[in-house]
Design a protein around this ligand. Structure first.
Ligand code: FAD
Length: 468
């Protein structure tokens, strides 16, 4: 826990200026993680209005050994954005779109711009910024970059690491590094931006970035399919990719229990199919020309039916129906939150082929440990990324279940390791998995990470206690 003297706080407040100080009821929601899992505290919350102001604050903090936690939209799921007695630096006022270049397919924006605004700005210029996640109305550029966010379109466009050309960062000692590169090709040594993408705010404060844009698709086809097993999803996925020539833009798996839980907590949502099945897939294709997708989707689905990879399906006839199918998928996290049971959340990835055996082995292990525990498995199957969440037995003692959360998570992660997977596919490490990380990575890799951290942040002032 940081020990920052009242006079240091007063000096920093004075330096930052009245406009940058957030207090009272405005500060309170920034100190707590949105689900209430982590409650933080900070002697001071600042929201500077420019990269130069961030640089001045960081230079002061470096000189006075004041720890700083950067925060964007506060939607992170691993506690990385929650201060533990450190100064909280919110990026909400770094809100400018600096440049849109439709011909060069780039967009430059400041760290506090919400993801939805990035998408809308690109669309207003006839371009696509493809990252799409459930929190897109609230999460901000600096946050999605620092957590290397993924989401539903990674299969076609990649995650944030693939969508960033350049960045601007204030280093822990207050120096401003402008690496706002727009070039697609730039082989001039170490590509330093990748240290900060996925760096969870432990190496510096991202103040702006140059993003890659894409042509706007003019046609979309969305289908919801019932499958005899998750194993059939592996065959269907590879077939859909092959047949569509790269037009597949989303491939989301949901188990029957996931769909049932969502419909239970959101009874107004229509059940997309009358057929019940062990697994469902929501898939989407995009095309640059009208009329190509209807034939493609119907021939693909009839072939998949013939090969017994699907047992039933429905194709959205219009945008409203497509949105209805997506709203089912997007309600998964909220449905879990509405459930009275504590939820053990495992955001894991394994090689695509290993998804079905992983699910089988993990289900078995969980059931042996806690008979009656309810596994809610869903996610971005196209990237081998499954949100393997577990609710306690129905009507069970939630205190007892909650007390076993760490043990259950560990048990699932052992199954992940046995299938050569990762214990964090897209949410990061933060506070949640910090203790476990060194046990899951080679010592050499952890050593290298610590060496980089010590070189950039020798006093350990950037987001202390997170990630490493
Ligand atoms: C409903 C819901 C659905 C989600 N779905 C997905 C999904 O499909 N895929 C996915 O990948 N994630 C998903 N997420 C989690 C996702 O990680 C966050 O939503 C988002 O990426 C974090 O952005 P933020 O602006 O809220 O960052 P915050 O939560 O504020 O911060 C996250 C981390 O980044 C650091 N940080 C923030 N801004 C900066 C900055 N400017 N410079 C340096 N460090 C910074 C913080 O210190 C912290 O460690 C979901 C979250 C929710 C609530």
């Amino acid at each position: 826990m940081a020990d920052i003297s009242p006079s240091t706080v007063a000096d920093l407040k004075h330096l930052a200026g009245e406009k940058a100080v957030v207090d009272g009821t405005d500060a309170a929601p920034l100190l707590t993680e949105w689900r209430g899992r982590w409650k933080g505290k900070a002697p001071l919350v600042l929201a500077p209005g420019s990269a130069d102001e961030v640089a001045a604050i960081m230079a002061f903090c470096h000189a006075n050994r004041v720890p700083v936690v950067p925060q964007g939209g506060n939607t992170g799921l691993v506690g990385g954005q929650v201060p533990q007695g450190d100064v909280l630096l919110s990026t909400t006022r770094l809100s400018a779109i600096r440049d849109v270049d439709p011909e060069g397919f780039t967009l430059s924006a400041e760290a506090g711009v919400p993801l939805q605004t990035l998408q809308e700005t690109a669309a207003a210029h006839g371009r696509l910024f493809p990252l799409s996640i459930g929190s897109e109305g609230s999460c901000r550029l600096g946050g999605i970059l620092s957590t290397n966010a993924g989401g539903v379109h990674v299969i076609r466009y990649g995650n944030m690491r693939d969508l960033v050309l350049g960045i601007e960062v204030v280093l822990p000692d207050g120096r401003l590094w402008s690496g706002m590169n727009r070039l697609r090709k730039n082989n001039t040594g170490y590509d330093l931006k990748h240290l900060f993408i996925g760096g969870e705010g432990t190496l510096g404060i991202v103040t702006a970035a140059v993003l890659r844009l894409f042509p706007q698709p003019v046609d979309r086809a969305t289908a919801f399919l019932a499958l005899p097993s998750p194993a059939a999803a592996v065959d269907l996925l590879s077939f859909a990719q092959e047949r569509s020539g790269g037009a597949l833009s989303a491939f989301e798996l949901m188990t029957d229990r996931t769909v049932d839980l969502i419909l239970h907590h959101f009874p107004d949502l229509p059940r997309p199919l009358d057929t019940t099945a062990p697994a469902y897939v929501l898939l989407e294709f995009e095309a640059g020309r009208k009329g190509e997708l209807t034939t493609l989707v119907h021939s693909l689905l009839s072939d998949a039916l013939e090969r017994s990879w699907i047992i039933d399906g429905t194709v959205a006839q219009n945008t409203r129906q497509a949105e209805g199918l997506w709203s089912l998928r997007h309600r998964a996290s909220e449905a879990m939150k509405k459930d009275p049971s504590f939820c053990v959340k495992c955001d894991i990835s394994v090689p695509i082929r290993a998804v079905p055996p992983f699910l089988e082995a993990a289900d078995r292990a969980v059931d042996q440990a806690v008979p009656g525990a309810r596994v809610i498995a869903f996610g971005h199957m196209g990237d081998g990324n499954i949100h393997y969440d577990i609710l306690g037995p129905e009507g069970g003692d939630d205190k007892v279940w909650r007390a076993r959360a760490g043990e259950i998570e560990h048990l699932v992660h052992d199954v992940v390791a046995a299938h050569e997977g990762s214990i964090s596919a897209e949410h990061g490490i933060g506070l949640l998995k910090r203790e476990e990380l060194p046990t899951r990575k080679p010592d050499t890799e952890i050593d290298l990470m610590r060496t980089i951290k010590a070189a950039l942040d020798p006093h350990g002032l950037m987001n202390p206690g997170k990630l490493l």
